[in-house]
Design a protein around this ligand. Sequence first.
Ligand SMILES: NC(=O)c1ccc[n+]([C@@H]2O[C@H](COP(=O)([O-])OP(=O)(O)OC[C@H]3O[C@@H](n4cnc5c(N)ncnc54)[C@H](O)[C@@H]3O)[C@@H](O)[C@H]2O)c1
Length: 417
Amino acid sequence: MANNRRVKVGVVGCGGICRGTYMDNMMYRFNVIDVVGCADLIDSRAQYIADKYGVKKMTTEEMMNDPEIEVIVNLTYPESHFLISSEAMKHGKHVYCEKMMAPTFAEATELMRLAKENNVVFTTAPDTFLGAWEQSARKYLDDGIIGKPITIHAQCTSHYAPDTPFFDLEPRFFFFPLHYGGGFPFDLGGYYLHEMINLLGSVKRVSGFGGNLEPHRVYTNPHHPKYGEPFEVNTPTTLVGALEFECGAYGTFHISSDSFESHSFVMTGTDGTLILGDPNSFSDHITVHRNGANPERESITPGQMPKSDAGKPATGEDDNQVLGEWIDSQAIQLPILHGYSDSSRGVGLADMCYALLNGRRPRCHADIGYHAIEIIHAILESAKTGKTYEMTSRCPRPEPIPTSALSATAQEATLDN
Ligand SMILES: NC(=O)c1ccc[n+]([C@@H]2O[C@H](COP(=O)([O-])OP(=O)(O)OC[C@H]3O[C@@H](n4cnc5c(N)ncnc54)[C@H](O)[C@@H]3O)[C@@H](O)[C@H]2O)c1
């Protein structure tokens, strides 16, 4: 137990996510975090946070040289992640960095090296895999609800078309598609990859296709000041990867900002199927399809269709409908067993602080972020070479969080071990 000691942190990057979620959670939700100061390239942003929360406005340099500060919380946009995290490590600070840790695998590799060389703890977001539905899914899986995992499918597609009057007018916006390291695969892709690793562990081999489908684009909204002008996209926009997990399961990772909206996250096993939630959210439903869920129904035996409700064998044109109804009848929404069901960004930082105090491995250890970046890198490499990519990194599954009946802020006790 941490005996009420608190870890002093300095926050670099006072933009959207800092203002929107992190500061409230760091100041009022997690007792173990003690925010000393904040810094930003844009002075007014740091001033706003300093005034609102009563913390010190500092320069990044002051923060790096402040012996009181143990952890640098890097909430800058991805292009600055490498600079801030590497500086912090060189100053002997532990680092918690928002996603993804770096825009390239080479930079991520250098950060992992620097963390080791400077003997500091390095953790990375997203921490949503510590959320309520994600941890509950992990428990159900580990308890054997679907038997041995066989496949996982993650699909998230959308369209970042330059057809709004405000497209790219905030050019540093974190998922701005012109910047390498931005874009859908790095932004939303990270959430799916982290949850897949949380559930199934390391990936061994990757094959993939995709890349930047259309580098030359044009502003298409007449209300936009650059209407009709061309621009270049400099980041992968569509990736489809086939993943072989070390545990023997297979996965597909399908992510695109070139098509229309879709979301699907499904895991199958020898005894059932789990329909998973949105890994960008701490709260969602989990559903299981499983034999025995509805005992009065017949199960399908190979070569035989299920019987309809009236007990007659389903035949002809209605077969698919009956089969669909039968599958639906086996679906059960599972109770959520864990805390952190609301907007809990920063729970990974709180966990890291307890890890530092209690001398254990943090759940958001940078191994997971590094492994996720290597998977994206692997898909791009495989697409280029036409060959299967052998992963070089490995990541143990993070320790699960215990189930919690603790109320509100008392849930923090689940991290204090
Ligand atoms: N906005 C969201 O909804 C959201 C959600 C989850 C995660 N994130 C992650 O949080 C991070 C920040 O996102 P955001 O939306 O807050 O971005 P943002 O652009 O609103 O804020 C980033 C801030 O960092 C500052 N900054 C950049 N480089 C700096 C440097 N070298 N020194 C000091 N300050 C610097 C910028 O001035 C800016 O104020 C990203 O990694 C993003 O992936 C954002």
